[in-house]
Design a protein around this ligand. Structure first.
Ligand code: BEZ
Ligand code: FE
Length: 305
């Protein structure tokens, strides 16, 4: 057969990414097209840089398959994988830029699986009375420092042994160390609790194997979780970290931001303890939360074109 030579876009090691990216040329959704094109370029560059062997690729596929099989209604091993690779925190941080003025966000985590029970300001969320008592106070404000009356302050935390209530059914009372508070007219909130302990993320699955293989520990430093929300403002999902906790410098999921670490000073004064409704001595912490207005900048200002 004679004839003119047709130049075909065939696959080669050199041109692999371009050839595959070209296959997305007709994708109608421009965002999907951009995401897939970029993904293919980065993925191919990674395979070339590392020169992945066939055995390694098979191992990776087996690992991801086992990660999927470890998921069920209450366990999400893929999110955990994203957490320990720092991707959850990166996505969170990119999508909730603060401009240095509002409270920084951090990961949601898997233990917000039940709705927090509404409670009165000042309530004690340590239903079993176990642990070192702690008075938590704070104020919700907007970007101009204005109080946000009626802001919803959703709180959940581990106990003094580092377990959430849902991890110890029958040991901890239901809804222990959880509460949904409504901020007062001046934006203030306060409640009684106990100082939480550091704890390990679930490490009995593929993600735990990855941590062990890389000599990483599974621990998170002690923290209280918060979601603060109010009409007209963007909600913030964040933590309050205990400043004398181990693992602040090596959180297994990279969730620590300096602006979220607070001292929990000890108060040893029976009068103040009686006023707070806590046993003496007790610890205190103050956490002000500044919200952004709804519809404000999210992903703007990033480094990628
Ligand atoms: C948590 O803080 O509850 C958490 C976050 C990420 C992974 C596991 C636990
Ligand atoms: Fe947690």
């Amino acid at each position: 057969m004679s004839g003119t030579k047709v130049s075909r876009q065939l696959f080669s090691e050199e041109r692999s990414a371009e050839v595959v990216a070209a296959s997305f040329e007709d994708t109608p959704d421009p965002r999907l097209k951009r995401v897939l094109t970029s993904l293919v370029h980065h993925l191919h560059a990674f395979v070339k840089e590392v020169e992945v062997t066939e055995e390694e690729w098979q191992e990776a596929i087996t690992f991801l398959t086992r990660t999927g099989r470890t998921c069920d209604d209450v366990r999400q091993e893929f999110i955990l994988l994203s957490d320990v690779l720092g991707v959850s925190m990166l996505v969170e941080t990119i999508n909730h830029r603060t401009g240095g003025t509002s409270t920084e966000s951090t990961v949601l985590g898997p233990f917000h699986m039940v709705e927090s029970p509404p409670r009165e300001l000042g309530a004690d969320i340590a239903l079993d009375g176990k642990g070192q008592p702690c008075l938590v106070t704070g104020r919700v404000t907007g970007p101009d420092g204005e109080p946000v009356p009626g802001a919803l302050v959703d709180v959940w935390q581990a106990n003094e042994d580092g377990f959430y209530d849902v991890q110890q059914p029958g040991v901890q009372p239901e809804n222990n160390l959880r509460g949904l508070f409504t901020a007062a007219d001046d934006g203030r909130f306060w409640f009684r609790s106990v100082v939480p302990r550091y704890y390990p993320i679930p490490d009995d699955g593929p993600v735990g194997e990855l941590l062990a293989a890389t000599r990483r520990h599974p621990y998170r430093p002690a923290h209280l979780h918060f979601i603060v929300a109010a009409g007209g403002y963007a909600p913030v999902t964040t933590h309050l970290f205990v400043d004398d906790s181990p693992y602040l410098d090596s959180d297994a999921v990279f969730g620590v931001k300096e602006s979220l670490v607070r001292e929990f000073p000890l108060v040893d004064d029976p009068e103040q303890a009686a006023e707070a409704g806590l046993a003496n001595p007790f610890r205190t912490v103050h956490f002000d939360v500044a919200l952004k207005r709804a519809g404000g900048a999210g992903r703007t200002g990033g480094t990628t074109p």
